[in-house]
Design a protein around this ligand. Structure first.
Ligand code: ADP
Length: 417
């Protein structure tokens, strides 16, 4: 590439670091659409450090040609994990020197009310994320640790925080407020923040550019349905409503999360089971949803296989899953007034015709949405395009999401690269 920059995109968890290194041509900043920009951003490698803190941790680096290097060794903390990744980039000849890396973009789950866009990862950003630790302890601490690890390893390189909540900051108070005593909002900032914002932004922008380039006002419902799942209503490029809440537990039913549930279930279940609120909360997050109801798995493929065998719990779980997504689509249709397009994305909705079909069957009569079976079968594994019939009242498209690309572009924009 002519004049290019290398940007590292990082997604840190409490015991893992996922990463993708991009080479971005300067033409990317001048390109108008995301699709054009993506043509100037080449992924040089991606990878993962997992089981940090264990003796048998792993560091994997994958190249675009499909080859990969994998090391199993003790990795005690994120500092060591980052050092290994950077050493691996040189060993694998992905970069000749670490000086080639000019920016690091960090995905940050929770930006609270403070960030409506990506931001330089400076002391202000650091302090705000630290302040927000009680909202999301596992992720927030991992983001700070990973930021520090890169700062130590690459002291001259600018870092950016790209917040999963930022895109949802345009919601009005009537959308983000909970009906709880107002001082709990004032004192503890207890409200809806949403998540997957980077994905919803990408999807709504991509859909607008591809299908409605000349239309001024465009309303889109974006369905990010993966192991975590959320639905958003986007009006003229701005999020007006989203299904996740204070945390990603709320909204539609997910792989292991409950989605919306009557808050009274918590004290009732504590009494019935003798478990603590923390234990029940852990089950709400990690053993509910498709896994909890089906008793099979959190993976939609396993549940689907049992569905075809007539397993009643699998059928119930999939019916519930489809129905909850349809409820949000209908609610957001109501809020938006009219809808120009519904977008399907993330692991489940990019790959599974039956989960899509079941959800849209639930809205066919009310919204006049009709799915073309052949197109629906075809649009899997990275294929994008319409899956609705020409007479569907609202077109439905599959668009594979690309959060890393957005992090790369935001990092370059904020650092002025
Ligand atoms: P996350 O990023 O939240 O970890 P993804 O968006 O990658 O999740 O989604 C992962 C989920 O997508 C898997 O748990 C599985 O349920 C589902 N999935 C992936 N591929 C397929 C497929 N071919 N058919 C059905 N479901 C799939």
């Amino acid at each position: 590439m002519s004049n290019s920059k290398k940007i590292m995109c990082v997604n840190a968890g409490s015991s893992s670091i996922k990463f993708k290194l991009y080479e971005m041509d300067e033409k990317a900043s001048l390109a108008k659409t995301i699709a054009e920009k993506s043509q100037y951003c080449k992924a040089l490698c991606s990878g993962l450090v997992e089981r940090i803190g264990h003796e048998d941790a792993r560091c994997i680096i994958k190249k675009p040609d499909g080859s990969k290097s994998e090391k199993v060794l003790p990795i005690h903390n994120h500092d060591e994990g980052v050092q290994l990744v950077l050493k691996g980039l040189i060993e694998e000849k992905i970069v000749a020197s670490l000086d080639e890396i000019q920016g690091v973009g960090n995905r940050v789950v929770q930006g609270g009310k403070y960030f409506s866009d990506a931001h330089v990862f400076d002391q202000y950003t650091y302090d705000r994320i630290e302040e927000l630790i009680p909202l999301d302890p596992l992720h927030a601490e991992a983001h700070l640790t990973c930021f520090n690890a890169f700062k130590k390893a690459l002291p001259m390189v600018g870092e950016v925080a790209v917040f999963d909540t930022a895109f949802h900051q345009t919601m009005e108070p009537k959308e983000y407020m909970y009906a709880i005593p107002y001082e709990w909002y004032e004192k503890y900032a207890c409200r809806r923040y949403g998540a997957h914002g980077t994905s919803h932004k990408y999807l709504s922008q991509f859909a607008k550019e591809k299908y409605f380039a000349d239309k001024e006002h465009v309303n889109i419902i974006t369905c990010h349905i993966g192991s975590g799942a959320s639905v958003s209503a986007v009006k003229d490029g701005k999020c007006i409503a989203t299904s996740m809440g204070l945390t990603p537990l709320a909204g539609v039913m997910m792989g292991t999360r409950t989605g919306d549930i009557d808050p009274s279930c918590m004290p009732y279940l504590c009494t019935c089971t003798g478990k603590s609120a923390d234990e029940i909360y852990d089950i709400y997050n990690h053993h509910s949803g498709l896994e909890g109801v089906s008793g099979i798995s959190n993976d939609t493929r396993d549940v689907e296989a049992e569905y075809y065998k007539g397993n009643e719990r699998a059928i119930l779980a999939m019916d519930m899953y489809a129905s909850r997504i349809a409820e949000y689509i209908m609610m957001y249709y109501g809020k938006l007034g009219h809808v120009d397009m519904i977008v399907c994305s993330a692991g489940v909705f990019e790959n599974s015709p039956i989960y899509r079909k079941m959800a849209f069957d639930n809205v066919e009569e009310a919204l006049g949405v009709k799915i073309d079976e052949k197109l629906n079968e075809e649009k899997v594994r990275g294929q994008w395009g319409l899956i609705s019939t020409p007479d569907s009242k609202i077109p439905v498209a599959v668009i594979p999401t690309d959060e890393e690309l957005m992090i790369c572009l935001d990092t370059a924009r904020i650092l002025g690269l």
